[in-house]
Ligand binder design. Structure first.
Ligand code: ZN
Ligand code: ZN
Length: 177
């Protein structure tokens, strides 16, 4: 099993397990919701554009400190996609930090206008990429499935009580019943 299929399966299991525990309609991690492939986006000045040829694996709100710094708001909103499906036109600048998880995380932004665009982690670099939701050409389609890193969420964050919340990263396997 490849890393990306393992991750895709884990996200799907996680979300359906959580939804059934709560007795709510199960969101389908494999359903691209309002973001249908191919989809595209860009930075504010247009120097960097991207297209993605397959459906997102997940859509998440991350409340970690790095995402707060990078977004300028309460959390980042990101689509998790296969790198192999992404085509980037333009050269983002990358800034690397040691994330709260202990992993090296990298954030890609436009060196001209500063728009945050991408993020990845040393453990999944080249396989999985996070794309900032506000950079989508049709950002209204973004529909977060989970809130993560609630440990560092600010009191003024507005979150949807109907979606699962995790103190840190979501587990890669559904919790035991
Ligand atoms: Zn730009
Ligand atoms: Zn984060």
């Amino acid at each position: 099993m490849t890393t990306e299929s393992a991750l895709r399966g884990a996200v799907a299991e996680l979300v359906s397990a959580r939804a059934s525990q709560r007795g709510r309609g199960a969101p389908d991690a494999l359903d691209s919701r309002g973001v249908k492939p191919p989809f595209s986006g860009r930075c504010a000045c247009g120097a960097i554009r991207y297209t993605v040829g397959s459906a997102p694996l997940a859509m998440v709100n991350c409340h970690c400190r790095d995402c707060q710094y990078a977004s300028g708001g309460a959390h980042s909103s990101s689509l998790v996609v296969h790198c192999s499906a992404v085509t980037v036109d333009g050269e983002p600048r990358w800034y690397e930090t040691r994330a709260a998880s202990g992993m090296l995380a990298r954030r890609g932004f436009c060196p001209t206008c500063g728009s945050p665009l991408f993020a990845d982690s040393e453990t999944s670099r080249g396989i999985i990429l996070a794309i900032k939701a506000a950079s989508l050409d049709a950002p209204e389609g973004f529909e977060p499935m989970i809130d993560m890193w609630m440990r560092s969420a600010v009191p003024w964050a507005c979150t949807n009580p109907a979606i699962p919340k995790f103190d840190t990263n979501p587990p890669m396997r559904p919790p035991p019943r």
